[in-house]
Design a protein. Structure first.
Length: 345
């Protein structure tokens, strides 16, 4: 049986008339060669060009060395490769891999590198809503926020019957005296607390926030914007919002109910809820002791808090007994009328 051999090199799209190949000849090597695949992906969907279109550049065209699309691409590819600090780019501006990704192998001026250094990139990142004397590149935040949702919608050949939007708040640890830093007791560090909205593996929103706020802060505004944008293109799609107990807030649940959005939220453990499923816990414990295996029971009931909720809502609780003790109770709050079928999450 003949052996299937690997090719000696892989070819990529030429850059400024130069061939770009990945080879195994043990010559000059780079640990960032995988970025060539990112570059090929970007050329297929034109993401860097579309992000760059969200900026307004009033610099003199004759004096521009680094176009906005080059700056944006350099920053995005740098972060993807693990170079998050702008200081890294004082060395990376001479890196041939970033030059290939940027589609610019040589500078037009002798005192410049093919791609930008930290100072030029810093001016891009500190751009204002309107150009100033020292920051001549401005950005359109509305267009940037809409772009992620547009890319998600365009990735589908046709409208799906249902999509699940996942909300998440997680820590972004800080290691210096950054503006707006706060200590977060749950994560045990100084951090920011960004809000993310995903649909599967697609990122629809990323909002940077300080850590001295509730996990659900600003979620209604983000969800309302995303849902409106999706429904303009897919008016009949069923939307399910999913999140942990940090988002089980009256404002968000009431908005979902008023706008026909289904939701499935975790519900934090309380003494009242434990008392509500006391019988299920006892039956699960008895079964576990009898069989020697973990046992679980579910209960579906209507529930409301004493003051914070405006109405009774459907709750599905799971009581599980493992190794002679009750495991952490996992409860899921759902819309009373809109979520159909058994819930086994």
């Amino acid at each position: 049986m003949p052996t299937e051999c690997s090719p000696d090199f892989f070819g990529f799209e030429p850059v400024e008339g130069h061939a770009v190949v990945a080879a195994f000849d043990a010559g000059a090597v780079t640990s960032d060669a995988g970025a060539l695949l990112l570059g090929a992906t970007d050329r297929a969907i034109g993401m860097m060009d579309r992000i760059a279109s969200c900026f307004h550049d009033v610099r003199c065209p004759e004096l521009i060395e680094h176009a906005v699309v080059t700056l944006v691409g350099q920053r995005v590819f740098g972060i993807a490769l693990g170079y998050e600090d702008l200081n890294d780019h004082d060395e990376l501006r001479h890196d041939p891999m970033l030059a290939v990704l940027s589609g610019k192998l040589a500078a037009r001026r002798e005192d410049c590198a093919p791609v930008a250094g930290k100072s030029t990139l810093n001016r891009l990142e500190l751009s204002k809503l309107e150009p100033t004397r020292y920051h001549k590149i401005s950005h359109n935040p509305v267009a940037i926020r809409h772009l992620l949702v547009d890319l998600f919608i365009e990735s589908h050949a046709r409208a799906p019957r249902q999509i699940v939007l996942d909300l998440d708040a997680t820590d972004d640890p800080l290691h210096g005296e950054q503006e707006g830093r706060f200590f977060h007791g749950y994560y045990d560090c100084y951090c920011y607390l960004p809000l993310y909205v995903f649909c599967g593996r697609d990122l629809l929103a990323a909002k940077l926030r300080r850590a001295n706020i509730d996990a659900a802060a600003g979620s209604v505004e983000e969800v309302a914007r995303i849902v409106a944008q999706i429904r303009r293109r897919w008016p009949c799609v069923r939307i399910l919002l999913r999140a942990d107990s940090g988002f089980a807030r009256e404002e968000l649940m009431a908005w979902c109910e008023a706008n026909g959005v289904h939701f499935l939220f975790g519900l934090a453990k309380t003494d009242r809820l434990i008392a509500e499923i006391k019988a299920e816990l006892e039956r699960a414990a008895a079964q576990s002791r009898r069989t020697g295996k973990p046992a679980r029971r579910f209960k579906d009931f209507r529930w409301t808090t004493r003051t914070s909720w405006s109405r009774r809502r459907r709750v599905v609780a799971k009581a599980e007994w493992t190794k002679d003790e009750a495991s952490t109770l996992r409860r899921h709050l759902t819309h009373a009328c809109r979520v159909q079928g058994p819930l086994s999450l």
